[in-house]
Design a protein around this ligand. Structure first.
Ligand SMILES: Nc1ncnc2c1ncn2[C@@H]1O[C@H](COP(=O)(O)OP(=O)(O)OP(=O)(O)O)[C@@H](O)[C@H]1O
Length: 340
């Protein structure tokens, strides 16, 4: 049987004070859609003032996680708290602003009117002009919402998310469809919001945005947290430095065996005389390489981008899962064999 814990309000039982100081707290949260487990025992804490990127391949559970956080769907089990209360209480108190991926905007209403409406509904509204300017909408304030381009619609959604002084801003793939200039303006506004102490959580497929904007990166895979750290820490976890060089002669078995003894080795690929290595600590690996007496030439060391790190991590997780499935299937086969 699964249970959903009802979150406690601030000032409640012992232990609540530290819980309330977290902006977001997930504890062992699970969400199923029929036979699909979208969120699988997820635990995490976001602290006030953090800007956090939520990454993951398609279907990793990013939108489901945000839906749970916003109280749009109930968790099947576990606890979801926003500023120490349930998501709905936090939203009613005006503490959360959200920009979701889809969701139709009202029709036959102008940009200014819809923003004005959002401001009027917020318990702690910002001035309408400021919200319009922050989302780059001043020049198209009198245009009808149903006549906007996809990127302009995104900016309206952003304006709705920032209509008041919310403490947490949740954004699901916010810059999809925006041109480069709009994106830059968007992130400038977002940085301003974060600078005022707001917590910002955004799901994105643009890894360069996560790298440039986020203090912290969460990588989801099959509803589970695969990595949690700064962009640099995520890169390091994936074996973040690439080392390449050539050897004078062909790389024979002895040379390859010697290379495999290098410290902090994440992967080793040999093509003819060219050797490519991924290392968790390039300085230590290169230092040891010179100790092997192999005389590397044209040595290059390059950083792994967040994108490559993300691909490396998710592919490694998929490989581990596939190996576990194969092993489980082999066990099942052996059990059946033994039973005969
Ligand atoms: N309403 C739903 N009914 C059934 N299955 C769903 C529903 N919503 C999501 N799923 C499934 O749950 C899993 C997680 O989906 P989710 O949309 O949370 O992932 P995501 O990381 O946001 O993906 P994307 O990057 O493609 O937006 C997927 O397997 C998806 O097919």
């Amino acid at each position: 049987m699964t249970t959903t814990t009802v979150s406690s309000a601030p000032g409640g039982p012992a232990g609540t004070a530290s819980r309330a100081s977290a902006a977001v707290r997930f504890e062992n949260v699970t969400k199923d859609y029929g036979s699909v487990r979208a969120v699988d025992g997820l635990s995490l804490t976001l602290h006030p003032g953090e800007t956090v990127a939520l990454l993951g391949p398609n279907g990793a559970g990013k939108s489901s996680t945000l839906d749970l956080l916003l109280g749009l769907r109930p968790a099947d089990s576990g606890t979801v708290e926003v500023f120490g209360t349930g998501p709905r209480e936090a939203i009613v108190a005006g503490r959360v602003g959200a920009m979701l991926q889809s969701g139709g905007l009202m029709e036959e209403i102008t940009v200014e009117e819809i923003v004005r409406l959002a401001c009027s509904l917020h318990p702690r509204p910002h001035p309408v002009d400021r919200v319009l300017a922050g989302a780059g909408l001043t020049k198209i304030a009198s245009r009808r919402v149903d006549k906007l381009s996809g990127g302009q619609e995104q900016r309206v959604r952003f304006a709705l998310a920032t209509a008041g002084a919310s403490d947490l801003i949740v954004l699901d793939e916010p810059t999809t469809g925006m041109d480069v200039t709009s994106r830059q303006a968007f992130w400038a506004t977002m940085r301003e919001q974060a600078g005022q102490g707001r917590t910002v959580l955004f799901a994105t497929h643009y890894l360069e945005e996560a790298d440039a904007v986020a203090d912290r990166v969460l990588v989801l895979h099959r509803g589970r947290l695969l990595a949690d750290g700064t962009a640099s820490e995520i890169k390091a976890k994936a074996g973040a430095r690439k080392i390449s060089f050539e050897l004078e002669g062909p790389v024979d078995r002895a040379a390859e065996d010697a290379l495999r003894t290098l410290p902090y080795l994440n992967s080793l690929a040999v093509t003819g005389r060219t050797v490519r290595i991924r290392s968790h600590d390039a300085d230590a690996t290169v230092h040891a390489l010179y100790g092997l007496g192999l005389y590397p030439r044209n040595l290059e060391v390059a950083g792994l981008g967040l994108e490559q790190a993300f691909v490396a991590l998710t592919e490694a997780a998929a490989r581990t899962e596939a190996a576990a499935r194969t092993e489980a299937a082999a066990h099942t086969g052996a059990d059946e064999e033994n039973a005969r």
